[in-house]
Design a protein around this ligand. Sequence first.
Ligand code: KIV
Ligand code: ZN
Length: 517
Amino acid sequence: MAKKAEQRLVKIFDTTLRDGEQAPGNSMNIEEKLRIARQLEKLKVDVIEAGFPIASDGDFEAVKRVAQVIKGAEIAGLCRSSFKDIDRAWEALQYAGERGRIHTFIATSDIHMKYKLQMEPARVLESAVKAVKRARSYTPNVEFSCEDAVRTRLPFLAEVVAAVIDAGATTVNIPDTVGYTIPFEYFNIIKYLKDNVANIDKAVISVHCHNDLGLSVANSIAAVMAGAGQVECTINGIGERAGNCSLEEFVMAMRTRHDILPYRTNVVTEHLTPASRLLSTVTGIMVQPNKAIVGANAFAHEAGIHQHGMLMEKSTYEIMTPESVGLKTSSLVLGKHSGRHAFKKRLEELGYELDDAELNKAFDRFKTLADLKKEVFDEDLDAIMTEEIMRVEEKYKLDHITVTCGSFAVATATVQMEIDGKPVRTAELGDGPVDATLKAIKKLTKCKAKLLTYNVGAITSGTDAQGEVTVKVSEGDRTVTGRGSSTDIIEASAKAYINALNRLGVMKERFEERSAL
Ligand code: KIV
Ligand code: ZN
């Protein structure tokens, strides 16, 4: 087993708030980004990439706020290799002082240079160097990325890397932008740079892998074995297309296989599960049950033979403990006699830190729920967080709903909502109570969105369990997920649908701003 002193530190650069947020349905507003950033700070990631400041005013504000609030990590902002982008990035990042990192990039593969940039390699090289020098005029903390590095001719890649290090880049990133490489090849690319770039030791080599072939974590590990000192990743592996390298998987591979991987990260792994849950709560996108580390089944042992082995000796089938990733084995938490202190403590264990006003709001909802249900579980608390705390600045709000239905009645829903703070009400008939309810909401909001999927499930067991409804709606080429919960599934349906419409509105605004880029 490798001794602690021999373990090389691998920096964790989290890009959940930038590359992760770019993925469909993962848009976050500033408050949501700040919540995630606070959890990343608790995890002790080394760098938080908070956004792409020139992309929109919303991105700019988010990077600025994260730079102002977060003290325990470096804060990066992405920018293309243009002075306008770099200046704007620093305008937002300056609040982090020496922890502010400018992350500038340009594509270096033939295919990107020819078709996307329409630039000759010599001009790309020149832009890269100028960009790094401009960034260095603001801060010594500069990262340069060769976009589509994996499909770049190696001698040219080495030339660019050497030139940007000379110009002052302190981190050079070698991304697998399209998720194309395999571990053996990626190892050799990093090794080639180590062997062929004379000044390579003056910078940290970073890797950034996309998951199109399901190899992003394996590729990142191979790169670290070849000498990379920073891994770029996201919580739950969210990101463009098939996503990015999953932070929790990479970190737990380092921790679990330290016998043959002599590397360590600074991540406090006990905060991984809360981080994953928080992100799902914020985006409304759950991870699949069989997802490594944070999926609902990651530590479940169903087969009798496995259960038998586990009872005799846990290590027969368990290579890491649930506790090591922050999974609490008992999820029965609170009831109607539980006090505010216990409620707050449990929320904190789950990764939710609330101010006094938020705590009051959440506690009121908890008391109402605890009157309806005997037992309140962690999953119920997640639902309370989703509904009472995470949803800020909503255009549409549900006030009341009354439904009549039955085997001899035509279902009728009367819905009262607030739209931009004004009360509105209507009634609709439908093919069942859910149909009538969604029709009434559609009429009030005048929305043209199409309902793609509708799923209802119980959050926990028991007939008094809260029902949770998840809907997917789309308008044009935008698709969002909405979630709602209640002990009444018609109300949960209405909440989920309204949540999706609110998300669609936020996404539309962001998209319009970004397309002006
Ligand atoms: O995938 C990629 O190449 C990127 C860069 C901008 C770092 O996200
Ligand atoms: Zn990327």
